[in-house]
Design a protein around this ligand. Structure first.
Ligand SMILES: Nc1ncnc2c1ncn2[C@@H]1O[C@H](COP(=O)(O)OP(=O)(O)OP(=O)(O)O)[C@@H](O)[C@H]1O
Length: 423
């Protein structure tokens, strides 16, 4: 505790006043005490700088972690935060992080002592999360607010480093996005084998979009881009989006449009507050509206259930909301069931069909799965044998079949007819 804090706490303390009373100073003491308190407040106002970070702020958790890591190592009051981490083997490891608990802590930063006060309101709840309202207040001598900028930036960088090589999934909770599960190990984009050129086209388009915000603002075009991946199940739509997010070092915000309680207003808000560097994913968009539009009765029933309306979704997609780059992906198995208004340019700028396996895909999947010198010739024989059946086959079916024969690649060529019976 610094000298000034010591005096400050004394001045807040009723016994301090009582002490004066004991020395017989009576009413004079009260006047003195007031003057002393007043000068301390003045001193604080002019020579101390305070930063208040409420729990709703994005920096809140980063800051607590940073304080633990960098500064308040000697602090005695800790609270635990349990998290899960995926190792390279895929195994999940549990880790325990200690963060400063409710109370007062001190640490030194760049030669300055900083007081950290973490407080929890007993009476106030964060209504969105249903948890007690908390605040962290940092107090330091001086007037240099740049010190706080660098602390916040260091805390952010440290949090980012922690998630290096990982993809964070977010889910909507109330009007906020919350991390869902543990950060997953990035899926390499080459591990999702799409037909020739498809992955490259999408990747090029997204990268170009991210690199050119100025192009959009110069022309007054909202800085957002919509993608629709459509095609049969098990062909890699979701896997590709996950791998793409990993490649771009983005997170993924998954929204289920059929969710009860997801109203037009909430959707609009969620789209505008999506975390920086994230892809918004609306999966199976056909399922949310197709049945609803079938007849007026069903439509009326759905609207009574507090769900997103079709016109609400269109407005949200058009909204000016975010100033950040907004990348939105939609997937569907049935593009013909989608209302043309939903997928018109401006709402969906790029449409890609992700279909059953082509010859190239069959060969490439074989080569990725079975390594070794003779694999090149076996890959082409495998593709020939599959195509002879003239039946559509999805990459998910091929993956399942390979898993079944993972130890013996020769057998893969003799049992090809089993591809369709295994799944
Ligand atoms: N093109 C692909 N390359 C590699 N693996 C794939 C590919 N397509 C699918 N898979 C594998 O099949 C499984 C299912 O794929 P995924 O969920 O991405 O398909 P989807 O097209 O999104 O299906 P749905 O339309 O049912 O959501 C995953 O385990 C994935 O690894």
């Amino acid at each position: 505790m610094t000298l000034i804090d010591y005096f400050a706490s004394l001045s807040d303390n009723p016994y301090f006043g009582a002490g004066f009373g004991l020395f017989g100073l009576g009413a004079g003491a009260a006047v003195l005490r007031k003057c002393f308190q007043g000068s301390l407040i003045l001193f604080r106002r002019h020579y101390m700088i305070t930063l208040e970070v409420p729990c709703r702020d994005k920096s809140y958790q980063w800051l607590l972690q940073w304080i633990t890591e960098k500064g308040a190592r000697q602090t005695q009051h800790l609270s635990v935060e349990t998290s899960f981490e995926q190792k390279d083997t895929g195994q999940i490891k549990t880790t325990y992080d200690f963060i400063p608990s409710v109370g007062t802590h001190f640490f030194r930063y760049g030669g300055t002592w900083i007081r950290v006060e973490r407080t929890r309101e007993q009476q106030t709840l964060d209504l969105h999360m249903g948890v007690p309202w908390e605040t962290v207040t940092l107090t330091a001598f001086g007037r240099d607010k740049h010190m706080y900028f660098s602390i916040l930036e260091e805390a952010r960088q440290m949090a980012l480093r922690k998630h290096e090589g990982k993809t964070i999934m977010y889910t909507a909770m109330g009007s906020e996005w919350r991390q869902f599960g543990h950060p997953r190990k990035r899926r390499p984009i080459q591990s999702v084998v799409l037909d020739t050129g498809v992955a490259e086209r999408i990747l090029y388009d997204v990268k170009e979009f991210i690199a050119n915000p100025g192009w959009y603002s110069d022309r007054g075009i909202p800085y957002r881009r919509g993608y629709l991946l459509h095609g049969p199940p098990g062909c890699g739509k979701s896997s590709f989006i996950t791998a793409l997010a990993g490649e771009l070092e983005f997170g993924i915000c998954v929204l289920n449009l059929s969710e009860r309680g997801l109203t037009d207003d909430r959707l609009n808000h969620l789209l505008s507050v999506a975390p920086q560097q994230s892809i918004i994913l609306l999966e199976d968009v056909d399922a949310a509206f197709a049945s609803r539009e079938e007849n007026a009765q069903v439509k009326a029933a759905y609207e009574g259930l507090n769900r997103v309306t079709f016109s609400g979704l269109l407005n949200c997609l058009d909204g000016v909301a975010s100033t950040e780059a907004r990348i939105l992906f939609m997937t569907t198995n049935y593009i013909d069931r989608l209302d043309p208004a939903l997928i018109r340019p401006g709402r969906v700028d790029v449409k890609e069909f992700i279909g059953y396996c082509s010859r190239e895909q069959l060969e490439l999947m074989f080569l990725r799965f079975y390594r070794g010198e003779e694999s090149a010739t076996l890959a082409s024989s495998f593709a020939n044998s599959v195509l002879k059946f003239k039946k559509p086959v999805s990459p998910a079916q091929i993956q399942g079949y390979f898993m079944f024969h993972k130890e013996n690649k020769e057998e893969v060529l003799t049992n090809v007819d089993k591809i369709w019976t295994l799944s």
